[in-house]
Design a protein around this ligand. Structure first.
Ligand SMILES: Cc1cc2nc3c(=O)[nH]c(=O)nc-3n(C[C@H](O)[C@H](O)[C@H](O)COP(=O)(O)O)c2cc1C
Length: 401
């Protein structure tokens, strides 16, 4: 009797090693509509501090389509014309849509920043961060702590949406502080009421940080509760099959990709193929990966106009190399690379025909830590009804997650 292969998971046993099979059925999914932006496939590159700069976004955009969010900037730092923040807020000349993530806790400052980002910098999509679990942020009532003060959250979101006019505003948040303080349904409803264009849930609590697996059932719950705007799911998408599975299992309207694309900008090409029901591209061998690395490194040096910026490339180099049997010594040299010539030399020292190491496809890169208790301001949980931001302290940070 011939066995009937029913699920993609079973099929992997008989397929040659590679990405798990993934193909949307015709008409199964729709483009993500954010005011005048129509995004196909419904895929978003997650904002990642220190990662989603112009060179990385440009490389990702080359492979696929979707929306590619710039790194987070702090409203106050931008208003004060902080040089580092202004550099973070730049876009490539051909970048469309110009999408950026904003952080802040003072409604008026958020409004002013959004108004000016749109008017002066031509920003076409604003995402807002209400999920950052970093202690120096939550301790001051920002990031993942903020949704606890739901009236303050509403004021901030209101200001942003009003200031943005025709430009869509989305918000990104976690399930809550911890399992005792789950705020995601309330946050989603506030967003819906205030005219937010879409919401994205990283399906973990702040306490979880990056530990365990993302709880996709929370995305399904949010989708049931918030019905008039798109709900995007985020957490643990490593392959195109995960993106389709998340959408099928939760009913969400799009996916947000973070760590899965680190060292793998080509993932956006594979995602586009899966959503278009086209054959998935072959996994790159080392020759293709080293070509990507070199291109990425050249783009970085061009963009920052400084070979010293290769310091920022070192973490990317290790992500690109993950799983390739290059040996400890060579890997260490990649981790200290400081010139383009040196990078070329190191790449040339690796056999170009090394196959892509499929065993690391689903292995998290970058953040994996947690769980860890969340630092909240004193009395924060008892002052849920307050609509005031806590202090100026939370505005001094410029990176989050
Ligand atoms: C290096 C790094 C930096 C991050 N920075 C931000 C950030 O600035 N803003 C934000 O909303 N999330 C940030 N995140 C969280 C991601 O956007 C995403 O929510 C999280 O990684 C879960 O998705 P994933 O499982 O696809 O990685 C960061 C994550 C990483 C790994």
């Amino acid at each position: 009797m011939t066995a009937i292969v029913e699920s993609p998971v079973e099929q992997t046993a008989v397929e040659p090693a590679g990405l798990r099979p993934a193909a949307a059925r015709p008409g199964e999914f729709r483009a993500l509509e954010l005011k005048k932006l129509s995004i196909w496939p419904p895929v978003v590159l997650a904002p990642m501090a220190g990662v989603t700069d112009v060179p990385f976004r440009s490389l990702c955009r080359r492979f696929g389509a979707g929306i590619y969010v710039n790194q987070m900037i702090t409203a106050r730092a931008w208003l004060e014309r902080d040089r580092k923040t202004l550099k973070l807020a730049e876009f490539a000349a051909d970048e469309y849509p110009r999408s950026i993530q904003l952080y802040g806790t003072v409604p008026e400052e958020i409004g002013e920043t959004v108004r000016r980002l749109v008017a002066e910098d031509g920003v076409e999509h604003v995402d807002m961060n209400f999920g950052c679990p970093v202690p120096k942020v939550t301790r001051h009532g920002g990031g993942a702590a903020l949704p606890v003060r739901h009236r303050l959250l509403r004021r901030i979101v209101h200001e942003a949406v009003q200031a943005a006019g025709d430009v869509p505003v989305t918000i990104k948040f976690r399930m809550g502080v911890d399992d005792d303080v789950l705020t995601f349904i309330e946050t989603g409803r506030i967003a819906e009421d205030e005219g937010v264009s879409a919401i994205a849930l990283h399906a973990r609590t702040a306490e979880q940080l990056y530990s365990g697996t993302a709880r996709w059932e929370a995305i399904a719950e949010l989708k049931q509760a918030v019905t008039s705007i798109p709900v995007l799911g985020n957490g643990d998408i490593w392959e195109p099959s995960d993106a389709l599975a998340m959408m099928r299992e939760t009913g969400c309207d799009g996916v947000v990709i973070g760590r899965g694309c680190l060292g793998r900008p080509w993932l956006f090409g594979a995602l586009a193929a899966a959503f278009d029901a086209e054959p998935l591209p072959a996994l790159p061998d080392f020759a293709a990966v080293s070509a990507m690395m070199l291109e990425h490194a050249h783009m970085l040096v061009d963009w920052y106009d400084d070979e010293d910026s290769l310091r920022q490339f070192r973490k990317h180099a290790l992500w690109y190399l993950m799983g390739f049997p290059v040996g400890g010594e060579l890997r260490n040299r990649f981790a200290r690379v400081s010139t383009l010539a040196e990078l070329e030399e190191l790449c040339a020292a690796v056999p170009p025909d090394l196959e892509f190491p499929t065993d690391v496809l689903r292995q998290p890169r970058s953040h994996t830590g947690g769980p860890r208790p969340v630092h909240l301001p004193e009395g924060w949980l008892e002052s849920r009804e307050s609509e005031e931001p806590l202090s100026r302290g939370a505005e001094s940070v410029v990176s989050g997650g």
